[in-house]
Design a protein around this ligand. Structure first.
Ligand SMILES: Nc1nc2c(ncn2[C@@H]2O[C@H](COP(=O)(O)OP(=O)(O)OP(=O)(O)O)[C@@H](O)[C@H]2O)c(=O)[nH]1
Ligand SMILES: [Mg+2]
Length: 304
């Protein structure tokens, strides 16, 4: 099954809310009168797009929709408006460079860093790349075991050098350079951005890695738990500045009813690209973010 089809299933909870809400709104008058506008706005708020985006979308809808409008027209116009807004989140280029690419995964506890690292490793290995995973979560008991299981499943190699996270990352990048790997994927411990000591550790990882390879880490990806909705905006702000984050991954969209928060990510002053979406716990439940597919899935439309 295509990732698009699975995305539609993956966004199921949010899409159900949106679709049934839109249908109810449509049942009111079939025009964008005050009552219908309010009902549509409420649907969008339930999907957690945020107040400003919801208000803006409703007035854009009112301008674009014929009067009266059909369900198909409502969905198609809304999907188009959402797609236009989400476009800024599309990744400008693939993560991998021609030569060794170092990618660090960061985020709060339990956001899906290790799982996503495993899925990425598997995709790249399957594409013929040589992937080295670094067991850089030296805090949580069982973290090394977890990343080693994922590495093995992916057919990737693992560096578990002992010492602190920076030492592990250093050893991994060194091995990656010496042995001509394509990617070094660094797992890190979950941390709250208000813990200065833990945030400093991320800085240390970056510094030691840059000693070996000046532009490394080439990407620092903030992994966001998609079930948290708008709450992740604070994480984007806090990690962004501190940790040199240049891209996002959104996980657990399959269990989220708030997938609309991507519109809030897109509305930030400097939006960050979304490199991957996680839609399950399996190794294949990872795909690239595409604004059009996401927008259509969100309003319950089939593939264009
Ligand atoms: N449904 C669903 N579950 C996911 C997804 N991604 C991760 N999970 C689950 O979320 C839980 C946490 O995932 P981890 O990968 O361990 O998260 P982490 O960020 O590495 O956690 P810490 O290292 O403890 O900070 C696990 O039970 C995963 O199986 C996803 O896309 N969908
Ligand atoms: Mg982890």
């Amino acid at each position: 099954m295509s990732f698009w089809k699975r995305l539609t299933g993956g966004l199921g909870k949010t899409a159900q809310t949106v679709e049934s809400g839109l249908r109810a709104a449509l049942g009111l008058s079939g025009t964008m009168d005050a009552e219908t506008r309010e009902a549509v706005e409420e649907v969008l708020l339930k999907a957690d797009v945020g107040v400003r985006v919801a208000t803006a979308l409703v007035s854009e809808l009112a301008k674009k929709l014929p009067s009266p409008f059909t369900e198909d027209q409502l969905k198609a116009v809304l999907a188009g408006l959402i797609e236009a807004r989400l476009k800024v989140l599309e990744a400008p280029a693939p993560l991998l460079r021609e030569s060794l690419t170092v990618v660090a995964m960061v985020g709060v506890n339990g956001s899906g860093k290790t799982t996503t690292l495993g899925k990425m490793a598997a995709q790249w290995q399957a594409a013929g790349k040589r992937v080295l995973a670094a067991a850089g979560d030296t805090f949580r008991a069982g973290a090394t075991e977890q990343v080693s299981v994922w590495a093995e499943r992916a057919g990737a190699d693992l560096v578990d050098a002992g010492g602190d996270a920076a030492a592990v990352a250093y050893a991994a990048v060194k091995k990656g350079m010496n042995e001509a790997y394509d990617v070094v994927l660094i797992d890190t411990a979950g941390r709250l951005p208000n813990r200065a000591d833990l945030m400093a550790e991320l800085g240390k990882i970056r510094r030691v890695v840059a000693k070996l390879l000046p532009e490394a880490p080439h990407h620092t990806l903030l992994v966001l738990d998609g079930t948290q909705g708008q709450a992740v905006l604070r994480q984007v702000e806090a990690f962004g500045a501190e940790a040199g984050v240049d891209g996002l991954i959104v996980t657990k969209l399959d269990s989220s009813a708030k997938a609309g928060f991507l519109l809030a990510l897109a509305a930030l002053e400097t939006p960050l690209p979304v490199y991957y979406l996680g839609i399950g716990e399996g190794v294949d439940d990872l795909g690239n973010f595409e604004a059009a597919a996401f927008a259509r899935s969100l309003v319950g439309l089939s593939e264009a």
